[in-house]
Write a protein that binds this ligand. Structure first.
Ligand SMILES: *Cc1c(COP(=O)(O)O)cnc(C)c1O
Ligand SMILES: [Zn+2]
Length: 469
């Protein structure tokens, strides 16, 4: 282990530190969340961000090829030889036509950070590569997570590819809510060979059970409560800077579920500023689905703030108690953000404070319309990802985001993750694999693209093509 990296309680009044390899996910003194922290005075981070470009010349080295580890100087908790990588983070900052997207942003000022390009098809790989690096350093043979789908897909993939230093395989164990996960994601967990436990409950129940299993049988927890996950996810911000030739954007817009990204992004910018690598910090917009709007409810409606670590626990507990009493559970088409009790709430409040953030909520219909629009422009994402674009539209309409601003929306997962949602949007039909007959379905989406049923007859086929344009 490097002694220049350690675990530290995020609570300013506590700040207890622990060895990097302490098998804990919260402060043993005050139970707050932990950061991976660095003694930057004894490290040598580069003096400019441009310095990272030299790694483009040595891409035959896997850790320089990785879109996470080529920034390893900014997450220096492991030796080069210990890094686990499979080439994650080869993502692209896209610039769609803002007029075509019918957004009132200046042309060229909207960017889509396309994290669906990762090996398992979501941004989760950025975090898993770092968490697996730590799991392997700790010699953990069993790793587990609760998941709305993408965490399990990513964990399963890395587990099947990672061996312990002694050559032993690692066993991935994933907890998913029965019926709560998109098929693309479930298929990945099964294909990569993870032990897949379908729990009769929702994500929040799975999260509670996997934490108990971590305590009881030493399962190493790979959810974003694991601070090493967040170290890897910081690099999404570095790649955005890289995509903008090291210019800081004005806004980052991200969907909020368990709030790992929100937390990681905040930490990334706090550190970049502290290291003098950027001169200003962009603003952050976190977008909840209306059916899973805990952060919106607490931050925007009830005014809960980080308040230098003294955030209002009572208001949070009251809200959770109300949900329990009313039997209210998270419910949205955007299953990746269908989470009512986000584990990273406190770190997210810190991020919103550092980035002068806002939180809004969007409906499932808004999400599906934006998802279709993103797809129509040749990019594509799963429903949860499109919450970012739906949120942007709302924030432009109410004047929070200026039309001259440079905005980056994070597209968190690939379109093929949830084909059922896409087909249902375009056909109005819920059942998988059914042939759509004219009149049998009634899609209501503005961008619906209904398939046309045609007889196996060339005359009819040509007529159908010619009458369509
Ligand atoms: C996990 C996930 C999210 C939510 O991210 P958090 O860091 O948990 O807030 C959003 N979109 C997709 C596609 C995801 O897989
Ligand atoms: Zn503490």
């Amino acid at each position: 282990m490097c002694e220049t990296a350690f675990l530290q309680c995020i609570q300013p009044a506590c700040r207890a530190t622990f060895a990097l390899n302490a098998p804990i996910y919260e402060c043993s003194k005050c139970r707050a969340l932990l950061d991976v922290a660095y003694d930057w005075n004894r490290l040598t981070p580069p003096s400019t961000l441009q310095a990272f470009e030299k790694r483009w010349a040595t891409r035959s080295n896997p850790i320089d090829f990785s879109g996470v580890w080529r920034f390893r100087d900014l997450l220096p908790f492991a030796k080069d030889a210990d890094l686990v990588t499979i080439g994650e983070g080869q993502t692209i900052l896209q610039t769609p036509d803002t007029a075509a997207m019918s957004l009132p942003l200046r042309p060229g000022n909207l960017h889509l950070q396309y994290e669906g390009m990762n090996p398992s098809g979501s941004f989760k790989d950025n975090g898993m590569t770092a968490a697996f690096t730590m799991a392997r350093m700790l010699g953990k043979q069993r790793v587990g997570c609760a998941s709305t789908g993408n965490t399990s897909a990513s964990l399963a993939m890395y587990a099947s590819l990672t061996r312990l230093p002694n050559g032993q395989p690692m066993r991935g164990v994933v907890f998913v809510g029965a019926g709560k996960i998109a098929f693309g994601k479930l298929s990945q967990a099964l294909d990569y060979g993870a032990l897949t436990l379908q729990i009769d409950g929702d994500f929040d129940a799975c999260m509670a059970r996997v934490r108990e299993a971590a305590d009881r049988i030493g399962l190493y927890l790979m959810n974003s409560v694991n601070p090493f996950r967040l170290e890897g996810q910081k690099t999404i911000m570095y790649r955005i800077l890289e995509g903008l030739r090291w210019q800081v954007p004005d806004w980052i817009v991200v969907p909020g579920g368990n709030l790992g990204n929100t937390s990681a992004f905040g930490k990334a910018w706090i550190e970049l500023k502290q290291l003098g690598l950027v001169s200003r910090i962009p603003r952050l917009a976190v977008i909840n689905a209306a059916g899973a709007n805990t952060l919106y409810e607490l931050y925007t409606r009830r005014g809960v703030r980080w308040n230098n670590g003294n955030w209002d626990c009572d208001t949070v507990c009251n809200h959770y108690d109300e949900m329990t009493k009313q039997g209210r559970k998270a419910s949205t088409i955007a299953t990746a953000i269908e989470i009512a009790r986000p584990v990273n709430l406190s770190k997210a409040l810190r991020a919103l404070d550092a980035m002068n953030g806002v939180v809004c909520e969007v409906t499932d219909d808004e999400i599906l319309e934006e998802k279709a629009l993103v797809g129509r422009h040749g990019f594509g994402c799963e429903p949860a990802s499109a919450a970012s674009v739906a949120g942007l539209r709302q924030l432009l309409a109410n004047g929070t985001i200026d039309r001259d601003a440079r905005v980056v929306c994070i597209l968190t997962g690939h379109a093929l993750k949830d084909p059922d949602a896409t087909v249902k949007y375009h056909t109005g039909i819920d059942t998988k694999g059914v042939t759509v007959s004219p009149g049998a379905s009634n899609p209501t989406g503005r961008h619906a693209n209904l398939p046309i049923r045609v007889a196996d007859n060339i005359d009819e086929i040509c007529r159908a093509i010619e009458s369509s344009s």
